[in-house]
Design a protein around this ligand. Sequence first.
Ligand code: HMG
Ligand code: MG
Length: 301
Amino acid sequence: MMFNLPKSVSIIEVGPRDGLQNEKLFVPTEIKKKFIKGLKNAGLQEMELTSFVSPKWVPQMGDAAEIVADCLDLNARDIVLAPNRKGIDRVYMSECKAVAFFVGVSNTFNQKNINKTTADSMAELQPLIAELKDKNYFVRACISTAFYCPYEGKIDENDAINLCTEFVQSGVDELSVADTIGMAAPHEAYSLFSKLKQAFPDILITAHFHDTRKLALANILASLQAGIDRFDTSAGGLGGCPFAPGAAGNAATEDVVYMLERMGISTGVDLKKLVDAIEIVRPHLSRQIESGYFKLHAQTV
Ligand code: HMG
Ligand code: MG
């Protein structure tokens, strides 16, 4: 017997950012723009558009300013990632009003990803969060390696909760808590998300599962039962972090939407239009799309 299921959930589409940052080849900017517009046309109201990170570190996001200038929809929640003050200065030069910071619970992962310890990252970000909140920006905190780290192995649940607590005390609006390398099992997802829901009833809490071991849908179901009603997913199941070896794609938006809608949980996403959007980017990818729903419904596979 299922319990505690919501009537609707929010899907935060991360394909244009988490998906395309990890492609071997640079996806042409014009294709990215059409992909993003196709995703919006499918009803995706919250989206990570791109990242204002160093193009030396992640060349795939080097066209971020142009993407934001062309695709930003001020009536939707379009988010850009930023790692530091320079990223925020780039946000201020754009019209974007929602920012995501990202920090790893694991020190080693954070060093590889942002070249800083977790503590140094937090010391840098706390005043930036306060500044953004003063200016009425929406601030999202992405908590990487909340369950397992490719370098340090299993993460202590209390360490993940402590980092979330620091972010909440800094004033963020949302925690997006990630299984970066797709290693969490449903009992671990249930445990952490139940505790976070209880600890932070007034904060948006979102689950971000990579699907390396094909446990993302099971983890989403477990998180739903823990009271989570927001999920980061990626069209086509694209995704992965260039600095997290073994991180395969995210939970595929189309598979998640299919499962939820079949369960009577509304997502606001039109699956047919979503498949059309994936068809735009698919010829430019270096990988096959493996999601079950896309393989069944695409014209071009
Ligand atoms: P660094 O080398 O220590 O930084 O990198 P730096 O300050 O020495 O700067 C190096 C160069 O980058 C300089 O240029 C800076 O100006 C420039 P140069 O003087 O050599 O010409 N630079 C920038 N340029 C544009 N925008 C910026 C910026 N900052 C510096 N914001 C840094 C430190 C943080 C910059 C680098 O490590 C970085 O960009 N890291 C980003 C890594 C990344 O994007 N990872 C993927 C996203 S996180 C993720 O995928 C996980 C998530 O999905 C959740 C999950 O699944 O776990 C969110
Ligand atoms: Mg990710």
